[in-house]
Design a protein around this ligand. Structure first.
Ligand code: ASP
Length: 607
């Protein structure tokens, strides 16, 4: 325990061990449990370090005995007494299980009402209730552990970056729209009616301004806010480690991030994966694993069956190929042993990912195929197809034929499902950089948008093509970090020459006027000698959830929102007074929905 402490506290409850026996102790904490055994009273007293047993027997002062008789669960107590080796049997489940405190004096610092749920490690309570009483939920040991690991990892990251010469800078929360491309959260200005701040989707613009400002190396553990459609593992606000460096190329940014990720691993797990992490270009990742976040623990690679498929008498394959689609597949070693139901599961994974389906065949001992694809695999062309798939007797070949994007998405899903099904996921951690992402992507309406953000630099060699009006296939200097198939973060080398920035804006259909309007602060700064620079951002909620083995990112966030974006604790979002709106010059048209009840209005629930 810290040397700074009040209330006469000598120890933390959870740190007491056999070697402390004989000491006089003063402890503060909460009643985890209380019981009476034939006149001997026991209280389990809990603080953040753990639980210790407090006893009052016949010889204890009457006042202390009576006080212990009157406690309820979660009352807050101060206890004086002497530590002794347990009179009864030790409790091997508990770190303090060999000792107990024979109490001399008990002070009830505050009382607790009946609880909405028990404070236990394994909790069945619905998440909504846990979030409504988050301060009680956080009293539980696993939650204390998550928050403390998070704090320790944040500290380790800061230390690593300070050591590398980074300067921690806090950037504004009330700002203008940033370029990440999601919807902004807006905050009305009272002093300038009709004008709005935007909450930052990331500190992207400010960190680049820090480079123009000559800071050379910036970082921040930053809150980002994006008004996106909610998904199970997404929060409207999240935390990212944001960094930026001047006079660097990809290698230096990647090296720094590797060092930081190692520091976070060590802080949480005590050991770190080796560096340098693996690297794959985006094109290679798509070709071999059908994914820009491949799970490299699964030793299955996608095969291009287009050529072999074009020689089969199979109309579906032919039509897909004629329309510019792909026929690709996976050969699952030993997959012929899978049951029909398991194979249906694989097909379903492809369908869930948006493909029309998956055609498959098993390869028998004689080398002949069976299953839905088999009748198209006649003679030489059929043999060539199986050979192209790399199939041997006992294997299962699963194929997807669809539009390019859909084929890849479906194969990625198939590959992951097959890895689990055949128990192929190797233990350990695979961290991989995916480099040279495309500069642009097309949205559903066919419009070209930045694949990362509009300040990402194109690869030098592709600049000529870009100037010539080409967008498709133009590579960028953007990179992602992927851990066991999960994207941890992204970054890029930025554009620092205004001529290149103009070309990119043009390719995105952003005219000079619009560019000035949207990004005037950055473009303005770039007139004054911007250094070459690049950076990265890691989503810390996800990283920590994975490192701690938590079930969701909400477990490692102190006060998260539900998956529908609501905070059951505070009741946010909530309607505001009409006067507040009037003051801001805002008229509300839609009636506000009923507010979520804050927890003071609620009855305390079951005793
Ligand atoms: N600002 C980017 C993001 O939040 C990361 C970066 O480019 O540094 O995704």
């Amino acid at each position: 325990m810290s040397r700074v402490r009040g209330y006469g506290r000598t120890h933390a409850c959870g740190e007491l061990r056999r070697e402390h026996a004989g000491r006089e102790v003063v402890l503060c904490g909460w009643v985890d449990a209380h019981r009476d055994h034939g006149g001997v009273r026991f209280v389990d007293l809990r603080d953040r370090e753990g639980i210790v047993q407090i006893v009052a027997d016949e010889e204890s002062p009457a006042e202390a005995r009576e006080a212990l008789a009157r406690v309820h669960d979660e009352d807050c107590l101060r206890v004086e007494g002497s530590l002794r080796v347990r009179a009864g049997a030790p409790n091997p489940e508990r770190a303090t299980g060999e000792v107990e405190v024979l109490v001399r004096r008990v002070e009830i610092l505050s009382r607790s009402e009946p609880l909405p749920f028990e404070i236990e490690d394994e909790l069945e309570a619905p998440e909504e209730l846990r979030l409504r009483y988050r301060y009680l939920d956080l009293r539980r040991a696993p939650m204390q552990r998550y928050l403390r690991l998070r704090s320790r990892a944040n500290h380790a990251i800061r230390e690593a970056l300070q050591g590398l010469g980074f300067v921690e800078v806090e950037t504004p929360i009330l700002t203008r729209s940033t370029p990440e491309g999601a919807r902004d959260y807006l905050v009305p200005s009272r002093v300038r009616p009709g004008s709005w701040y935007a909450l930052p989707q990331s500190p992207q613009v400010f960190k680049q301004l820090c480079m123009v400002a000559g800071l050379d190396r910036y970082f921040q553990i930053a809150r980002c806010m994006r008004d996106e459609d909610l998904r199970a593992d997404r929060q409207p606000e999240f935390t990212q480690l944001d960094l930026e460096m001047s006079f660097v190329e990809e290698d230096q940014v990647l090296e720094v991030v590797e060092e930081v990720v190692q520091a976070a691993f060590r802080a949480v797990r005590g050991e770190a994966p080796p560096v340098p992490f693996e690297r794959l270009s985006h094109a290679e990742a798509l070709r071999r694993f059908a994914s820009d976040k491949p799970d490299l623990r699964i030793p299955l690679e996608v095969v291009d069956l287009g050529e072999a498929a074009s020689r089969l008498e199979f109309r579906v394959f032919r039509e897909v190929l004629d329309q510019g689609g792909l026929v690709r597949g996976l050969c699952l070693p030993g997959g012929a042993g899978l049951s029909r139901k398991q194979i249906d599961g694989l097909e379903q994974a492809a369908r869930d990912a948006g493909a029309a389906g998956a055609a498959w065949c098993k390869v028998g001992e004689s080398g002949s195929a069976s299953g839905p694809l088999a009748r198209f695999l006649q003679e030489e062309a059929g043999r060539a197809f199986l050979e192209a798939a790399g199939a041997s007797p006992g294997d299962l070949v699963v194929t997807v034929a669809d539009r390019p994007r859909r084929t890849l998405v479906a194969l990625d899903a198939l590959r992951r499902r097959a890895g689990e099904l055949l128990d192929l996921v190797s233990p350990g951690d695979r961290l991989v950089w995916i480099t040279e992402f495309p500069l642009f992507e097309q949205d559903d309406e066919g419009a070209w948008t930045p694949a990362h953000h509009p300040f990402t630099s194109p690869v030098e060699e592709d600049l000529e093509a870009l100037r010539g009006g080409r967008r498709e296939g133009v590579r960028s200097r953007a990179y992602d970090l992927v851990w066991n198939g999960v994207e941890l973060g992204s970054g890029s080398i930025r554009i620092h020459r205004s001529e290149v920035q103009e070309v990119v804006f043009q390719a995105l259909g952003i005219g000079p006027e619009e560019a000035r309007e949207r990004f005037r602060h950055l473009l303005g700064a770039f007139r004054f000698g911007p250094p070459p620079h690049g950076g990265f951002a890691i989503g810390l909620d996800r990283l920590y959830a994975l490192l701690c083995g938590a079930a969701s990112i909400r477990e490692v966030i102190a006060f998260p929102k539900t998956s529908s974006g609501v905070c059951p604790l505070t009741g946010a979002p909530a309607p505001v007074d009409p006067e507040q709106l009037a003051e801001l010059g805002i008229r509300q048209e839609a009636a506000a929905e009923e507010p979520e009840a804050g927890n003071l209005e609620e009855p305390a629930g079951p005793a």
